[in-house]
Design a protein around this ligand. Sequence first.
Ligand code: GTP
Ligand code: MG
Length: 434
Amino acid sequence: MITIHINERHKERAVAVGLSAASMSEAERSDEQSMDELAALIETAGGECIATVMQNRQSPDPKSFIGEGKLAELKQLIKANDIELAVFDNELPPSQMRVLTEELGIKVLDRSGLILDIFAQRAKTSEGKLQVELAQYEYLLPRLTGMWKHLVRQTASGGASPIGTRGPGETQLESDRRHIRRRISSLKEDLAHVRSVRSVQRRIRERNSMPVVAIVGYTNAGKSTLLNTLTGAQIPARDRLFETLDTTTRKYKTDDNRGFLLSDTVGFIRKLPTHLVAAFKATLEELTYADLLLHVVDITSEDMQTQIAVVEDLINKLGAGTKPCLLVYNKCDRYMGLLPHGENIVCVSAKTGEGMPELLDKIFAILSENDHRAVLHLPLNQGALLDLLRREAAVHSVTYTEEYIEVCVTVRAELWSRVRGYVADKNGVRCDER
Ligand SMILES: Nc1nc2c(ncn2[C@@H]2O[C@H](COP(=O)(O)OP(=O)(O)OP(=O)(O)O)[C@@H](O)[C@H]2O)c(=O)[nH]1
Ligand SMILES: [Mg+2]
């Protein structure tokens, strides 16, 4: 007899629970869309969403959050379906999470905990790992008493560990809060170091005077696909939430030396744990230094307007609200409806390449708003400056005379101060359009 062994990883059976209470802010309430998204998050984390339970109340029950009756119903459902994990769509206060864990007798996570778990699973670079670990500890600190005892059993990381158990291991968690506080401050120091390395890189970049364009957007909108299409990068792009956690930057350059640096960033989602936003600030700092943001929107998503609002809110929170921004409606190849249009709007398909020329035109139009086009008369001994212009600016023509080198050039504002002293007499030659 031949036995075929299929190595199938056990998928934890989960129930998604959501509360919509009148006393909650609109963003905190659960609705059908946020529950669908929660189910997708459960799958992303490696679980299986077996059932969904929703509850409406005036305000959360101070003890059991969803109320006694609903709790009893949930218990039954869990028993009847061998459910091992309950995930709440709302952020659970530590005391209610403790009560729910005891009452239900299974693992209880909230949306923040689940997202943190996914991030822990995905973080690859040392910076990403530091950021996630910091966010996890800050999330855990107020929740230490009791509830994590049976949750966090073994050691950190590893793709096969149950949902909610990746990250800080048992030995660390069993030690006292002081230890965790110490760890938090050492993680913060490490991240500060990462930040200083970044600012050095940024200064080098500024000297190069390449403008920076940052791609932002809701998770799964197609940000990485766009970067890949424009620059030939090969970042994994998949139909999964939070595929990308690290910022990747690539150069886009035209034949005539115009170009920009294009950065892909971590996707946003509604109810993103505050600790995670704070921890990812170093990565997302890229946004505040960008010359232009491309806000990528999945036009096929039923939830598009909320997604746009969530991303805009986070852009504002990160201090990049005043940046020039293009709204890039993506996945137009799969959309049959009326396409939006407007000055700062482009409709594209990152997958088929449709709309890329128009997108690039708009990018260059915004980036070149502060450009200077001029005729320079460089002294003959300024060959090095001419070399710099050839590398960093768009040189339209070069003519050598006996007294000077005449250069017709378009330069970015950053480089202008280096060359403005050489601008030819106003009555001199004009720098004609090519
Ligand atoms: N039909 C279609 N699918 C697209 C398009 N752009 C991206 N996709 C698909 O959408 C899914 C998500 O794409 P990604 O590029 O990984 O999205 P992302 O915004 O980087 O996602 P995260 O990194 O998870 O935040 C993938 O399955 C892509 O193939 C498009 O223009 N048309
Ligand atoms: Mg991505």
